[in-house]
Design a protein around this ligand. Structure first.
Ligand code: C2E
Ligand code: CA
Ligand code: CA
Length: 635
């Protein structure tokens, strides 16, 4: 209640309303002073004209008196106008000077009005000058209720006193009542104007607060509290314009590799805590630079090139302290930006640079260079052209032979279908140039379905030609199982080309077996009941190969070619391969070793009982026609 009364009287310390009223007064004073200036110029002109044309007889004192008043008001109007214009042009400084000026201007106007109003009153004319100034001051400007009350009381009281004491005219009851009514009306108008302004101010304040809140939300990462990508997009162009040195700005993209394992080890709350600490650490390391979280464990920073490497090293050190016992590394990519360069594009390229060192354990930082530029272009090319490539037959199947090993015969017992993109512009592209990109953009299923169809067509062709056929193994991406019904599609193709499912083997790489456990297990059991042979590809390439053996049922174990690297120099590979083959036998699995390049390797694999082998020793991946001539003779 007390607060309401205070509000009503305008005696609260409400800074927003105070500023709002002050600004609206400054705006009003522009109109007011322009009117005053025009009016006084005109008065000075008519007065001068009257004198020059020898108008009515006037005393010298009279002229000086009038000139003085006009000039004072004119000067006051000009000062007020200049100050008010400056207030809006140069920012809202010198508030107290402004308030003082408004008061002085108002008082001068009122005193002017009283003076000339009284002159008219004496001559029995209307007191228009007084009334005009009262309207000017109390109705155009906005006053706090208490101020307007006191000021109007002094104004009207003063005028009343002057009428009583400075003139010979007797004050009539009518005049007193008129003056009283005028005062009450003026005060009411001033009061209403103030209340109107106050409610306007509070609405604007609410709106501004809401806007500020919304802006904050849209600019802030709600987990870590640092800026988000919107904020970064706003910060970067601003910083770029400040660059006056020869040291270019770099956008850095920071990615914590293996963050998933941290989440698995410490749970999501633990992961969230780490992200908060990471954000704080990065803000400290890149002090003064814009730092933002893009998503997950991805951050972006804008810093100077000269400082980039040193600060990245500090951040890498910082992560080592925060990561606990999880092997997590920081991978940072940098892209030199210039004004006018799109922020998203810069982040994208920095990300490409960061991704390019993902698998290099000893490297933490790479700048986007020409080589990456070429890769980036190729990536765009792949994404933009995959549909056309399939349609125009640029996607081709190459076959690599799989041979018998344990009996030492090297007889052909299977083929692996490997994709090639035979592009008229870029030449023959190997899978590493397009598979990852297609997976990233979830378009891999298009390629795989195309390969399946071609393999079935080739098999049909061979069967029709009454050639001997061997099973063909097909590579599947984890995403295939998410994006379409693999068993259903295989069934459709087998029916369309009349192929027995025993001729198709399904290779699923070990790294695909991590997350979508449910979907994969389901698909695998359908495939098994459909008589397809299931192959575990690249066994031993991941961290939890033995768990995979425990959780999934495969028919064939394809041992990763890394075990044959440096064979037989690397003495460890001998017992490891021996152990894997023997373990697979115990689990009733057929074994196949990839990457066999020498006779020595083949003999060794034979000696440990490995069932099958695949590698350059028996043949590189090749087109169907070449395979015909090499393996089966001319058909
Ligand atoms: P992968 O399934 O492990 O295929 C074996 C890769 O090893 C092939 O590479 C093959 O050319 C290569 N290779 C075979 N023998 C030897 C050897 O003796 N020494 C060496 N150094 N390399 C050998 P390629 O054809 O470049 O394929 C690479 C990967 O691309 C494949 O690895 C597979 O993961 C993927 N891929 C290929 N075709 C397809 C496809 O149609 N669909 C999907 N989803 N992935 C495919
Ligand atoms: Ca494979
Ligand atoms: Ca493989």
């Amino acid at each position: 209640m007390k607060e309401k009364i205070k509000n009503w009287l305008g005696v609260t310390r409400d800074e927003y309303t105070r500023n709002f009223v002050y600004n609206s007064n400054m705006r009003a004073s522009i109109y007011m002073s322009v009117v005053v200036i025009c009016l006084e110029l005109w008065m000075i002109y008519t007065l001068t004209d009257t004198i020059l044309n020898g108008g009515k007889e006037r005393t010298f004192q009279w002229m000086v008196d009038h000139y003085a008043w006009y000039v004072v008001l004119l000067t006051m109007g000009i000062i007020m106008l200049i100050f008010a214009i400056q207030h809006f042009r140069k920012g809202k400084k010198f508030r107290w000077t402004g308030v003082a000026l408004l008061w002085i201007f108002s008082i001068v106007c009122i005193v002017f009005g009283m003076h000339f109003g009284l002159n008219s009153y004496v001559k029995n004319e209307q007191i228009l000058a007084f009334l005009t100034m009262v309207i000017f001051v109390f109705c155009i400007l906005t006053w706090k209720p208490l101020s307007s009350f006191l000021f109007s009381v002094v104004t009207f009281g003063g005028f009343f006193w002057l009428m009583l004491n400075q003139t010979e005219i007797e004050m009539t009851q009518g005049n007193s009542i008129n003056l009283l009514t005028m005062w009450i009306s003026t005060f009411m108008v001033a009061l209403a104007a103030y209340q109107g302004r106050r409610s306007e101010a509070s609405k604007t304040e609410d709106l501004e607060k809401m806007n500020a809140h919304l802006r904050k939300i849209s600019m802030e990462d709600n987990l870590t509290g640092i800026g988000n990508m919107n904020k970064f997009r706003e910060d970067v162009p601003e910083r770029l314009t400040q660059n006056n040195t020869r040291d270019p700005w770099m956008v850095l993209f920071l990615n914590c590799s293996n963050f998933k394992s941290y989440n698995e080890r410490y749970g999501f709350p633990g992961g969230d805590e780490l992200l908060k600490k990471l954000a704080a650490m990065l803000t400290e390391v890149f002090e003064g630079d814009p730092v933002a979280r893009v998503s997950d464990d991805h951050f972006v920073v804008l810093t100077h090139r000269s400082q980039a490497q040193e600060r990245v090293d500090k951040a890498v050190e910082g992560i080592r302290e925060l990561r606990g016992d999880v092997r997590m590394h920081l991978k940072v990519g940098g892209y030199a930006v210039s004004p006018g360069c799109g922020v998203d594009l810069a982040c994208d390229r920095a990300r490409v640079a960061a991704d390019s060192i993902k698998k290099m354990s000893d490297r933490h930082y790479r700048e986007y260079d020409h080589e990456l530029e070429e890769q980036f272009k190729l990536k765009q090319y792949v994404i933009n052209n995959i549909d056309a490539a399939i349609e125009k037959g640029y996607i081709r199947v190459f076959y690599q032979p799989v041979v018998k090993c344990s009996d030492g015969s090297k007889d052909l017992c299977g083929l692996e279908a490997l994709a090639r993109w035979d592009d008229p512009e870029h030449g023959l592209l190997p899978p590493y140039m397009f598979i990852d990109t297609l997976e990233e953009y979830r378009e891999i299923y298009k390629l795989d379905r195309c390969i399946i169809q071609q393999v079935c067509r080739d098999l049909r062709h061979d069967l029709d030609e009454r050639r001997d056929v061997v099973p063909v193994s097909l590579n599947f991406s984890r995403l295939d199982f998410e994006l379409y019904n693999v068993p259903q599609y295989l069934k459709e193709m087998c029916m369309l080309y009349d192929i027995p499912p025993e001729l198709l083997d399904v290779e699923i790489t070990e790294s695909a077996l991590t997350d979508t456990l449910g979907i994969l297990q389901e698909n695998m059991s359908v495939l098994r009941s459909g008589h397809y042979s299931l192959w575990l590809d690249d066994f031993g390439s991941g961290y939890s190969s033995l768990n995979v053996l425990k959780d999934f049922n495969f028919n064939v174990l394809k041992i990763d070619m890394k075990f044959l690297h440096d064979f037989p120099k690397n003495t460890k590979s001998v017992p490891i391969l021996t152990m894997i083959v023997s373990l697979a036998k115990q689990l009733d699995m057929v074994t196949l070793t990839e990457g066999v390049e020498t006779e020595e390797q083949y003999r060794f694999l034979q000696s440990i009982g490995c069932d099958k082998a695949q590698g350059y020793l028996f043949g590189k991946p090749m087109p169907k026609e070449e395979l015909m001539t090499k393996t089966f003779g001319n058909g």
